[in-house]
Design a protein around this ligand. Structure first.
Ligand SMILES: [Zn+2]
Ligand SMILES: [Zn+2]
Length: 344
C-alpha cells in the first residue's frame, strides 16, 4: 500500500510502498476514505509524544470501508462504512467496563501507539467495541472531520462542561477544536464568546455562532468577564498552553467549569493554575481526552439532523502526496479550518 511515513522526528514525510496490513483477531482493516491532518499529528512528528518510534505513519482522524475482518469480529462485515474514536478502548479494563473507553488503561491510538491512517489501509483492533457505523448520507470527509477535534469539542461542551441553553461559554483558541466548540455550544443555545489573537479566526468564530469576540493580544480576561456580565459559566482552553489555561480559569464566574481541551505538551506539561481563584470561586476543572465511543449516537444524531455540521471546519481536501507540506505548515498558528486527505 501507499503510506506517508517519517523516518526521523521533524524529518521529511514521504510516501512509500509498505506491506498491506492484516487484521488483528478482534479487529478489521479499513480502506481509508478520508483522514484528517491535525495538530496532534504535528506534535507526533515533532517527537513530543513519548512512545512513538520512527519510522512512523501518522493519522488518527479517519473514516473508511471494512476490507478485512479478523476471526473474532461479530458485529462488522466487509463493505461496512465506519469511523472510530482516535482512542480505541480495549473493552476489558475498569474504564472500558464503565463505558469510558477514551481513558482506557490499554488504549490503542492509530497514528500514535500504532501505524495511522495516512495510508491506503489501516488496521484497527477491538473493532466490535470501537467501530461506529456511518449513517446513510454521512460522507467520509464529514466523518473524518468528526474524528478528533469535533468529537472532543462535543465531549468538552456536553459531557464535561454540561452546557445549558442561555449560559455563557468562553472558548480560548479558535483553531479546529475551538471552532468546533463554538459550533456545538451555539447549537446548544449557549452564548459564546470567542477568544484569540488572530482576527481572521475571530471573524470565523463569529460567523459560526459566537456572539462576542475578544482579541487576546493584550490579555483578554477582563474583556471576557465584561462581555459575559461577570464571567463565563463554562470556559474552554482549546489551544493548550500555560497562558490560555490560566486565562480560561480566570474567565469564569463563581461555580464555573474550566475544561482543558488543548493538549498540554512540551514546555506546558506542568502549567501554573490560579488555584486561589479555584478555591474562592468554587470552580471545577475538567480534562477531556476525546470522547467515549458510547456518545457517538448523540453526536451522529445531531449531525444527521443538521443541528451541527462538522464540514464547516474543513478548509481543504488534499492528496496523500501533499501531507508532508501540510504537516510542515502546521508549525505556526496561522491556519484556519481542517485539512482532510481524500485521495491515496
Ligand atoms: Zn480498556
Ligand atoms: Zn486530531
Amino acid at each position: 500500500m501507499r503510506a506517508a511515513v517519517f523516518h526521523k522526528f521533524a524529518g521529511p514525510l514521504t510516501v512509500a510502498e509498505l506491506p498491506d496490513p492484516a487484521p488483528p483477531a478482534d479487529g478489521v482493516v479499513l480502506e481509508v476514505g478520508a483522514t484528517g491532518i491535525c495538530r496532534s499529528d504535528w506534535h507526533a512528528w515533532q517527537g513530543h509524544d513519548p512512545g512513538i518510534e520512527p519510522p512512523h505513519v501518522p493519522g488518527h482522524e479517519l473514516a473508511g470501508t471494512v476490507v478485512a475482518v479478523g476471526p473474532e469480529v461479530r458485529r462488522l462485515a466487509l463493505g461496512d462504512r465506519v469511523t472510530v474514536p482516535f482512542c480505541l478502548g480495549c473493552g476489558a479494563c475498569t474504564s472500558c467496563l464503565a463505558g469510558e473507553t477514551q481513558v482506557c488503561d490499554h488504549d490503542y491510538q492509530p497514528g500514535f501507539t500504532g501505524p495511522g491512517s495516512w495510508a491506503q489501509f489501516v488496521a484497527l483492533p477491538h473493532a466490535d467495541l470501537n467501530a461506529v457505523a456511518l449513517p446513510e448520507g454521512l460522507d467520509m470527509v464529514a466523518a473524518a472531520a468528526l474524528g478528533c477535534r469535533f468529537m472532543t469539542a462535543w465531549a468538552a461542551v456536553h459531557v464535561h462542561g454540561r452546557v445549558r441553553a442561555g449560559e455563557w461559554v468562553a472558548v480560548h483558541g479558535c483553531g479546529g477544536v475551538g471552532l468546533s466548540a463554538v459550533i456545538i455550544a451555539a447549537a446548544a443555545g449557549a452564548r459564546v464568546v470567542a477568544v484569540d489573537i488572530d482576527r481572521e479566526k475571530l471573524g470565523r468564530a463569529r460567523r459560526l455562532g459566537a456572539e462576542a469576540a475578544v482579541d487576546a493580544t493584550a490579555g483578554g480576561v477582563g474583556a471576557v468577564r465584561e462581555a459575559t456580565g461577570g464571567g463565563a459559566h463554562v470556559s474552554l482552553d482549546a489551544l493548550g498552553s500555560a497562558a490560555t489555561a490560566a486565562a480560561s480559569v480566570r474567565s469564569l464566574r463563581k461555580h464555573g467549569r474550566h475544561v482543558q481541551v488543548g493538549l498540554m505538551l512540551a514546555g506546558d506539561r506542568v502549567a501554573p493554575v490560579p488555584m486561589a481563584r479555584v478555591i474562592a470561586f468554587e470552580l471545577s476543572l475538567h480534562g477531556v481526552h476525546g470522547m467515549a465511543v458510547r456518545h457517538y449516537p448523540e453526536l451522529l444524531g445531531a449531525v444527521a439532523a443538521g443541528v451541527v455540521d462538522p464540514t464547516l471546519l474543513v478548509g481543504a481536501t488534499v492528496g496523500l502526496d501533499d501531507a508532508g507540506a501540510e504537516l510542515a505548515a502546521m508549525g505556526g498558528f496561522a491556519r484556519t479550518g481542517a485539512t482532510v486527505i481524500t485521495s491515496f
